[in-house]
Design a protein around this ligand. Structure first.
Ligand code: PRX
Length: 657
């Protein structure tokens, strides 16, 4: 085990890996960038050759803008690479460690063989329930090993999984199940969260059946015919015979190996929903060949994974970080990784520190919100936790501010660990901008350089490439990266409009603002659309507005994201009530309940303001920019385009009081 002993050398405001770290790293010098740049397509082809394909691809990259394909003609199954391939040399190596929330409960540990066996058993069970290649399967599970087994079992038989974050409400689950038309849903009876049992099955049931109305029973809202339920919390659940099945009953007699289905490179691997600028979530489509290659290579190089590493990425599997770095990426590299059921700060703020020490975690990957919360709760932890097994620390999901970066680097990394700020999106499938640990440099609040072979640019609105220091829109240029999205499920129009219309159909628009320094290191500033990042969770203000406007008592509403010391951003809500209704505490509670019911507790507004009118242009467009500035007390800018400038003064007074 490479335990770092020395502090990272520093030159000006840049840090570099130590000589010792460099010596053992997969990548040690910048030649890799030059080599990859010469021929990006060949670069990815070379990486793909490190995996097992049941048929080799014919064409590495093809481009029919705005569509592109990688490894066409090839056949691959991600589980054959993630599981079977590791049985030869790593049969008894630990693949997965699961830490439950309750202290008194024992962890569960799976070797590669055990995980392989469980996946095969559950894949057989799915087949017996009639799940076939191309079918969509909804997964609504907490952070328990069965979420990983479910995803892998789907992938084994060529079914398409659509994981829905377990903290999403039943309404949010319903919308996603309707879009995928999944016939099977995998869930759990409940799970532990901050000492309480959350009844997940109840949510799942509610998603499937509409609200009873006028004395009649609710009607079936989705195409789900079977629910598979993991017994986790032993709480009482409602049960429907011939629809609901206990996981254990389905797998108990399964002993056989399940042959992996050969998948075409461009077959769908999975769908994962994310928020865009409109109210409706988008089903981002990832495909088998390219995603596998990118998940494999980015995990290996960015986290410098070695045989004896213990990798802990704290993100929930319901998000893309969980898919790529808490499931597929580590397994494709034969690594040992950890997942945790609970909150990192419960029951004590140092629970996450204890987990790092308990298992000797070597690579720790988390989000700026968590880092800010840890810093606030724990302050100086220099002496209490030595973290002497850690060798790489990393951050993802939202811009990291200077003080969080410094705290993470000093208190957790003890100035000995490379700190990687990794930029990517649900759409990109894997990390695309970061400094590499054996090369550096690590510069506070800068993500770093594009991954080798990746071409990016920062453009102004007229498509001009901007020089160092100037802020513009981050874009990705051909040949993109193999793991990037291939579409939005059943909505190609939206795909074209969202990513390929701003700068034409050959330039991928990320919706992020960024600038670079003189060395080309990239600083991500934040979204330029109506997406906000609440504690790293991607939420669209449009989705929130829809949730609130559905309330008949609401005539109109606007939601904006405002800065928050811990969560990065939080939603602020301005509501115009229907005529005759009175604002008050009760109404506020109702609005908050609307959001909890339609989306979930992660998106609750920080404040609800009842206003008479919202500032609008003459064409009736709500000026959210003004609402945000009223809160942040910034210069309001030109108000002459407003149809109702008097609304601004009113709102200002309401905010002040
Ligand atoms: O705005 C960027 C921000 O998160 C967005 C993508 O969110 P999501 O699809 O949920 O995926 C998050 C995990 C990959 C981006 O458009 N973002 C992500 N990483 C960073 C970031 N912003 C700043 N710095 C980052 N390292």
């Amino acid at each position: 085990m490479t335990i770092p002993k020395d502090k990272l050398p520093r030159k000006n405001n840049l840090y570099f890996p130590t000589t010792d770290f460099k010596k053992k790293a997969w990548l040690k010098n910048t030649n890799i960038y030059k080599e990859a740049k010469k021929n990006p397509i060949r670069f990815w082809g070379k990486a793909a050759k490190e995996l097992f394909w049941s048929r080799k691809w014919e064409k590495t990259f093809s481009h029919n803008p705005p569509y592109f394909h990688w490894f066409s003609g090839g056949k691959i199954n991600i589980t054959e690479n993630a599981l079977d391939r590791n049985l030869k040399e790593r049969k008894n190596k630990v693949a997965l460690i699961w830490e439950p929330e309750p202290f008194e409960e024992k962890e569960r540990i799976f070797t590669y063989y055990q995980l392989f066996r469980e996946v095969n058993r559950f894949a057989n069970a799915l087949k017996k329930l009639g799940v076939k290649k191309g079918d969509r399967v909804g997964i609504y599970l907490p952070m328990i090993p069965e979420i990983i087994i479910s995803m892998l079992a789907c992938a084994r038989i060529g079914a398409i999984h659509a994981v829905v974050f377990s903290a999403f409400s039943s309404q949010a689950l319903k919308v996603r199940l309707q879009d995928t038309q999944a016939k099977v849903l995998i869930t759990a009876d409940g799970y532990f969260r901050r000492g309480k049992v959350i009844n997940l099955k109840q949510n799942a049931d509610a998603a499937l059946m509409g609200e009873p109305r006028h004395g009649r029973e609710g009607i079936k809202e989705t195409k789900v015919e079977k629910i598979i339920v993991v017994k986790r919390a032993d709480n009482e659940v409602a049960w429907q015979e011939n629809r609901d099945y206990w996981w254990n009953d389905l797998v108990k007699n399964e002993k056989n190996w399940c042959k992996p289905v050969e998948m075409e490179s461009e077959d769908i691997q999975f769908i994962l929903y994310t928020s865009g600028s409109t109210g409706k979530p988008k089903g981002i489509v990832h495909v088998c060949g390219g995603y596998t290659v990118q998940a494999y290579l980015t995990t290996k190089w960015i986290f410098d994974l070695k045989e004896d590493d213990i990798f802990w990425s704290t993100a929930d599997i319901g998000w893309i970080t969980g898919h790529t770095y808490s499931c597929y990426g580590p397994l494709l590299n034969g690594a040992t990784f950890l997942i945790f059921e609970g909150s990192p700060d419960w029951p004590t703020p140092d629970r996450w520190c204890q987990i790092i020490e308990k298992y000797g975690v070597t690579i720790f990957y988390t989000a700026p919100t968590a880092i800010r919360m840890f810093a606030k709760q724990l302050g100086k932890i220099e002496k209490k936790f030595k973290f002497d097994t850690l060798r790489i620390i990393a951050s993802v999901g939202e811009p990291i501010d200077e003080s969080a970066w410094q705290w993470y680097f000093q208190e957790v990394g003890k100035e000995k660990c490379p700190l990687l700020d990794t930029w990517w999106q649900t759409e990109t499938g894997g990390i695309l901008i970061t400094s590499l640990p054996g090369i550096g440099p690590f510069k506070a609040v800068f993500a770093g350089l594009p991954f080798p072979a990746l071409k990016v640019d920062i453009l102004d609105d007229t498509k001009r490439s901007l020089s160092a220091g100037r802020q513009g829109n981050l874009v990705i240029l051909p040949p993109f990266a193999p793991g990037m999205l291939r579409g939005i499920y059943k909505n190609q129009e939206k795909y074209v409009e969202t990513y390929w219309s701003q700068y034409g159909n050959k330039i991928y628009f990320t919706s992020d603002g960024a600038f670079k320094d003189k060395k080309g290191l990239i600083r991500i500033v934040g979204r330029v659309d109506d997406v906000i990042k609440v504690a790293g969770h991607r939420i669209s203000t449009g989705e929130l507005e829809n949730a609130i406007s559905r309330d008949k008592k609401v005539s109109e509403c606007a939601v904006v994201g405002i800065p928050d010391e811990i969560k990065g951003e939080v939603p602020l809500t301005f509501v115009v009530l229907a005529t005759g209704l009175k604002a008050g505490e009760e109404m506020k509670k109702e609005i908050i309940e609307d959001v909890r019911r339609e989306i979930g507790p992660i998106a609750l507004p920080k404040k609800v303001y009842f206003v008479k009118d919202l500032p609008k242009t003459r064409s009736a467009k709500i000026m959210r920019r003004i609402l945000k500035r009223l809160w942040t007390k910034e210069e309001l800018g030109d108000l002459s385009t407003l149809a109702n400038p008097e609304s601004v003064e009113d709102i200002k007074k309401i905010i002040q009081t």
